[in-house]
Ligand binder design. Structure first.
Ligand code: FAD
Length: 80
C-alpha cells in the first residue's frame, strides 16, 4: 500500500487496534543527511519516475511523490 498519507495513516490506525501491519514501500529510504537538496537529486529520489509522468496523450503532466513517506515527504524536504 506504500508509506504515503493514505497507507501510512491506515497502517497506524490498524496497528493501534493491535493487529500486526507490514508497510511495503517501493521507494528508497534515506536519512535526512543523505539527501542532496538539489533539483536533480530531489526529482530522482522523491518523485515517481523522476517527476516525468504524463497522460498517454501527454496533455497532462502528473507530479507524484514516491519516497519513504510518500508524497508528503516532498514538502518535508522542501522546508529544510
Ligand atoms: C510537490 C507536491 C506538493 C504537495 N503539496 C500538498 C499540500 O501542500 N497539501 C496537501 O494537502 N497535499 C499536497 N500534495 C498532495 C499530497 O502529497 C497527496 O495528495 C498525498 O500524498 C496522496 O497520498 P497517497 O497515500 O494517496 O499517495 P502517496 O503519498 O503518493 O504515497 C504513495 C506511496 O506508495 C508508493 N508505491 C506506489 N506503488 C507502490 C507499489 N506497487 N509497491 C509499494 N509502494 C508503492 C509510492 O512510492 C509512494 O511513496 C502535494 C503533492 C506534491 C507532489
Amino acid at each position: 500500500m506504500g508509506s504515503g498519507c493514505g497507507g501510512g495513516v491506515a497502517a497506524a490506525v490498524i496497528a493501534k487496534s493491535g493487529a500486526k501491519v507490514l508497510v511495503l514501500e517501493k521507494a528508497n529510504y534515506f536519512k535526512r543527511a543523505e539527501y542532496k537538496l538539489t533539483e536533480e537529486s530531489a526529482f530522482h529520489n522523491l518523485y515517481e519516475n523522476g517527476a516525468a509522468i504524463a497522460t498517454t496523450d501527454t496533455g497532462l503532466s502528473i507530479l507524484a511523490g514516491s519516497s519513504f513517506g510518500g508524497g508528503s515527504q516532498v514538502n518535508d524536504h522542501i522546508q529544510v
